[in-house]
Design a protein around this ligand. Structure first.
Ligand code: K2U
Ligand code: NI
Length: 183
């Protein structure tokens, strides 16, 4: 099983690499890795397992965070309305997005960043994302609010972008223009 020891931390060059498309259908190796990434997130949200293996809770994980420059992400969380998002995604891409922006009022964190970084991270409020899922199906998801934030955070990782790259350097807590705060 994956643990925090498998997650590279900021400063590691892998976090700034552009990940490469994964062949479809994925190899068994790629499929197993993506299943392991999804299992890591589930484990990280299970109090007993997380405590036993000292896992930080995570709702998303990108292969680049494992030092693997492949365009694969895992997502696992329930949104505020109790809607479940649990996916292993291959070659995820944003195909359209809103003009309106959004940001988490509490800011963002990252499993690859062992420090808190204060500041608002402006992102698109709504996105339409396409990808291939673990079963090999082409899926299209329309996402908004917290779900849109999580997916954008993970897709950023595949492009070597860290959440704090988006924070206003002069005034981190300046509310981004034309953006809504998400609690
Ligand atoms: O990519 C990662 O490092 C996982 C990130 C995902 C994230 C998405 C959106 C905003 C902030 C972070 C975090 O580690 S997940 C940590 C976490 C756990 C429970 C609830 C919210 C954030
Ligand atoms: Ni992250």
């Amino acid at each position: 099983m994956l643990t925090m020891n498998d997650i590279v931390r900021e400063g590691h060059p892998a976090l700034r690499e552009i990940a490469k498309d994964v062949s479809i259908p994925p190899t068994n190796e790629d499929q197993n890795l993506l299943e392991d990434m999804l299992l890591f997130l589930k484990n990280s949200q299970d109090d007993e397992i997380a405590r036993t293996y000292e896992l930080r809770p995570g709702v998303g994980l990108a292969a680049t965070q494992l030092g693997i420059a492949k365009r694969m992400i895992a997502i696992h969380f329930d949104d505020a309305n109790g809607k479940k998002y649990s996916y292993g995604l291959i070659n995820p891409r944003i195909v359209s997005h809103s003009v309106e922006k959004a940001y988490l009022a509490s800011g963002e964190g990252c499993l690859s960043v062992d420090r808190s970084v204060e500041g608002y991270v402006p992102r698109y409020a709504r996105i339409t994302m396409k990808a291939t899922d673990l079963e090999g199906n082409e899926i299209k998801l329309r996402l908004r609010d917290y779900a849109a934030i999580v997916f954008q955070h993970e897709i950023d990782h595949l492009n070597g972008v860290m959440f704090y790259d988006h924070i206003n350097k002069d005034n981190p807590l300046l509310a981004p223009e034309n953006a809504k705060a998400i609690d």
